[in-house]
Structure formats: structure tokens, C-alpha cells
Design a protein around this ligand. Structure first.
Ligand SMILES: Nc1ncnc2c1ncn2[C@@H]1O[C@H](COP(=O)(O)OP(=O)(O)OP(=O)(O)O)[C@@H](O)[C@H]1O
Ligand SMILES: [Mg+2]
Length: 241
């Protein structure tokens, strides 16, 4: 029997306008429980690929399936955790970490009226997992950039995602924070079995945790274990389609 992949792209091509080809002939299958890094140069199509995977864009040619359903009509959207690239940080909003994470629980659906105990527990657990328990009631704007990113990961986790997609989660955070984020994702992957797609043009921090590295430059130019990556491709700017 064929196991339904979490993500299935078959010969997908896509452009934002007629005649444009941002992605061409992309075929990709991600099994449930995989932890995959997606890398490639700026403008290579990583964010576009993610948007196709999540059904936020529809393929021009080919097809995109999420857990066996057409991605754009996926019926279990609440099981998708997505940290968009350059997401809006808290800014001046007075929301606390707990309030932000609770919004992830709201997005999980069925929550009309006050949070139930189970929801509160899931929120507290997500905050604990990302190591922010002591700052749970602090306004988001009083946290560092790396801590704010953790808060947004907790928000996604509170929705109990089966697929977690992070697009450039480490932009603007230091190497140490990148390392601890990578270790956090490794724990989520091994303890909760979450399927994780980690997009970054730098993949050094997650390299030792992922089974698979996918390099995107208009199409998939490499798909394999990071150890198999030819030396020259360790610098993504050298990836030629
Ligand atoms: N909304 C849009 N409308 C038109 N063109 C777009 C749009 N978004 C992206 N593009 C173009 O599609 C191509 C791929 O962009 P994409 O954002 O997917 O690349 P990326 O690999 O995520 O880059 P980065 O590393 O800078 O995040 C680029 O040439 C970009 O200019
Ligand atoms: Mg991008």
C-alpha cells in the first residue's frame, strides 16, 4: 500500500504573471515526520515553493497535494503551522507572549468564547517547549528578536501542527540563537514527530539535524542528505540550475 506523503508536488511550474517562470518542473515528496531543509540563493524560489506547498498559490502546471488533497483546498488547514518570511513582529502591540501564543490556539478552531482548560494547557506547554515560561506574561516587544521568533514558533505549536513550515526563521538573529532554534526544532521533530520544512539560504545550523536538504534555484538542483552535497554547493550563491 502506498503511504500518502505529507507534501507531494508533481512537475509543478509556477509564475506570478503570464510568461514568468519562477519555478519549473518541480517534483518533491515529503513523508510525514521528515525534517527537511530548503536552501538556495535569494530569488531562487524558496518562498514560492513554500506557498505552493501550503496551497497559498496554485501551480500553473502540475499538481500540489497536501496529505493527499489538492493543497489549495486542503480541509485541515488548522494543522498547518507557518512562520512566514519577515513576519510582523509584535512591534508596539502590547500583547504578551501568552496572548500571542493563545492566538495560535484560536486558529486551531472550535474556540468560541473563553479558552478551555485544555487550550490553556496547550498554550503553557508550547511556551515551555520554546523556553519562554519565565517571560510568558511579558509584552512581546520587551523580548529580543530571537525570543520573539520563539514566541511565534510557540504560537504555531499551540495549534498542534502536523506540518510546520518556517521561512527564514533566523534572519537577523545571532549564531547562538540559530543553534538553539535548530536544537529546539530537532526536539519537536523527535519528540512530537512534527514534519518540518526549514527554509533558509543558510542551513549550517540545521545541517546535522536534517535527513534531507533540498536546494532550489528555479527548479530542484539537489535533493539528498547534507553529507552528499558537493562541496561547491555549500555556498548557495554558487548553485547553478
Ligand atoms: N508576489 C510576487 N510577484 C511577482 N514576482 C514575485 C513575487 N514574489 C516573488 N516573486 C519573484 O519570484 C522569484 C522567486 O522569489 P521567492 O521569494 O520565491 O525567492 P526566495 O528563494 O524565497 O528568495 P529569498 O532568499 O530572497 O527569500 C523572484 O524572482 C521574485 O522576484
Ligand atoms: Mg524567501
Amino acid at each position: 500500500m502506498r503511504v500518502t506523503p505529507a507534501v507531494e508536488l508533481d512537475d509543478v511550474s509556477f509564475g506570478y504573471r503570464p510568461g514568468q517562470r519562477v519555478l519549473e518542473g518541480v517534483t518533491l515528496r515529503l513523508g510525514e515526520g521528515e525534517f527537511v531543509a530548503v536552501a538556495g540563493p535569494n530569488g531562487g524560489g524558496k518562498t514560492t515553493l513554500v506557498r505552493l506547498i501550503l496551497g497559498l498559490e496554485r501551480p500553473g502546471d502540475g499538481r500540489a497535494l497536501l496529505f493527499g488533497e489538492p493543497a489549495h483546498r486542503f480541509s485541515q488547514r488548522r494543522t498547518l503551522g507557518y512562520l512566514a518570511q519577515r513576519f510582523e513582529l509584535g512591534g508596539d502591540a502590547p500583547a504578551t507572549v501568552r496572548e500571542v501564543v493563545s492566538a495560535g490556539r484560536l486558529a486551531a478552531g472550535g474556540l468560541i468564547g473563553p479558552m478551555r482548560r485544555r487550550d490553556r494547557e496547550l498554550v503553557a506547554e508550547a511556551i515551555e517547549r520554546v523556553g519562554l515560561s519565565e517571560r510568558a506574561d511579558a509584552p512581546l516587544r520587551t523580548l529580543s528578536g530571537g525570543q520573539q521568533q520563539r514566541a511565534f514558533i510557540a504560537k504555531a505549536l499551540a495549534g498542534e501542527p502536523s506540518l510546520l513550515v518556517l521561512d527564514e526563521p533566523t534572519t537577523g538573529v545571532d549564531a547562538e540563537t540559530q543553534e538553539s532554534l535548530a536544537a529546539l526544532l530537532d526536539r519537536l521533530h523527535s519528540e512530537l514527530g512534527v514534519t518540518i520544512v526549514y527554509v533558509s539560504h543558510e542551513f549550517g545550523a540545521v545541517e546535522r539535524f536534517v535527513q534531507r536538504l533540498v536546494l532550489v534555484r528555479r527548479t530542484i538542483v539537489f535533493d539528498g542528505s547534507p553529507q552528499e552535497l558537493p562541496g561547491i554547493w555549500h555556498d548557495p550563491s554558487h548553485v547553478h540550475a
